[in-house]
Design a binder for this molecule. Structure first.
Ligand SMILES: *[C@@H]1O[C@H](CO)[C@@H](O)[C@H](O)[C@H]1NC(C)=O
Ligand SMILES: *[C@@H]1O[C@H](CO)[C@@H](O)[C@H](O)[C@H]1NC(C)=O
Length: 365
């Protein structure tokens, strides 16, 4: 990096807190893709060994990366005024506490999903965040990494939805493939997480649904079951839900099935829109199908790029906030959006405990 002659010296700096599978296989590669926009200054893990191993993966595009570990490492990140933002990529049980700690220290935060383990945890966390004294010229941004709201397939479909007329019904079918070959299958925190993979994975599918229909889910009635004993409970859920606009739909989710399928479909009086996970020309992404009044079906494939888009947005928001204290961060990334996804799944799980009794979804204003 002779003299930083490539101009990266003036770029914002961030730290990644966490060196687990997602940090290593998503954050590091995606940060490499946007190395012209942001510098990865440090990576933290509980142990020195894992921090060092993760830092080596980033050395090619972040040659000066520092390894941080343990409580002292966190203090060093909080005290480093050159670090503008922190990505919190940890076990679901500890992310909120760590995010609040970093926000309090004035760091902008992008926290990985799920936003919280419960709506109670999210409500408490939001009230703490909102009560921080204004000691910085800006309010630190609390973004949530859930990427579906940034997938072009959902962005485009949410614009097309007005062309289907009045919504008649919705189907969300998720047949996952969380088996022993999946790198997250053995992840220990997910095994001790209330709601299991239904909550941890489910927030993505609910985020996709809410983004697509543009109307909030108000009530749910569900049955959940534990069928595959190699998975934490529950691993299956069937839910009937109703939107604020009156439309009803079904959400059918198996954490592990033999025939992976992931789709959202909305029928309207003038047309139908469907978003389905698929592969096109070797690229993974979503196929969007739109059938309109003239009976023609329009198909468009959008490769995945949600994680990349949301990180770019976070970097832009950090920079804008440092120039203008009143800058409003992108609402699709806000922590509260993620808390709304958790609220829907929490209501579904609560209804299941009550054998399908309808439950109102908690609101986050
Ligand atoms: C896990 O699921 C994937 C995708 O469906 C499949 O290719 C693989 O064979 C499965 N592995 C096991 C151990 O069942
Ligand atoms: C998870 O653990 C099981 C049982 O110990 C093992 O068979 C499997 O290969 C492991 N899977 C991964 C992805 O590490």
């Amino acid at each position: 990096m002779a003299g930083d002659g490539d101009g990266r010296a003036g770029l914002p700096r961030i730290a990644v807190v966490g060196a687990g599978i997602f940090a290593r296989t998503q954050y590091i590669p995606r940060l490499r893709e946007i190395a012209h926009l942001v510098v990865l200054k440090a990576i933290w893990s509980r142990t020195q060994e894992s921090a060092k191993a993760a830092a080596e993966l980033a050395r090619d595009f972040a040659p000066e990366i520092e390894c941080k570990w343990g409580d002292a490492g966190l203090e060093e990140i909080m005290g480093d005024s050159s670090i503008m933002g922190v990505a919190v990529v940890l076990a679901g049980q500890v992310q909120v506490e760590l995010s609040l700690k970093m926000l309090k220290a004035g760091k902008h935060v992008i926290q990985e999903k799920p936003a919280s383990g419960s709506t109670t945890e999210a409500e408490t966390a939001l009230s703490i965040y909102n009560s921080f004294p204004n000691q910085f010229p800006y309010k630190p941004i609390w973004a949530l990494g859930e990427n579906y709201r940034f997938e072009p397939a959902f962005v485009e479909s949410s614009k097309l939805i007005k062309d289907i007329g009045d919504m008649m019904n919705i189907q969300v079918i998720i047949e996952g493939s969380m088996n022993s070959s999946n790198p997250y299958f053995n992840s220990s925190w997910r095994r001790n997480f209330v709601g299991g993979f239904i909550l941890d994975m489910g927030v993505h599918f609910i985020a996709g649904l809410r983004m697509l229909v543009g109307s909030e889910i108000t009530s749910v009635s569900s049955i959940s079951r534990h069928v595959d004993m190699s998975l934490p409970p529950p691993d299956n859920i069937c839910s009937l839900f109703q939107l604020e606009n009156g439309c009803a739909g079904v959400f059918v989710f198996a954490v592990n099935s033999r025939s992976p399928k992931i789709l959202w479909r909305v029928d309207g009086t003038k047309g139908t829109i469907q978003v389905e996970r698929g592969v096109d020309s070797g690229k993974h992404g979503y196929q969007v199908l739109f059938s309109g009044e003239n009976g023609q079906c329009q198909k468009t494939f959008y490769p995945f790029c949600g994680v990349n888009e949301e990180l770019k947005t976070f970097v832009q928001d950090m920079l804008a906030a440092s120039k203008d204290g009143d800058h409003k961060a992108e609402p699709r990334s806000s922590y509260v959006e993620g808390a709304r996804d958790v609220a829907v799944l929490e209501a579904m799980l609560e209804s299941s405990v009550k054998q399908g009794t309808p439950v109102q979804v908690k609101r986050f204003p």
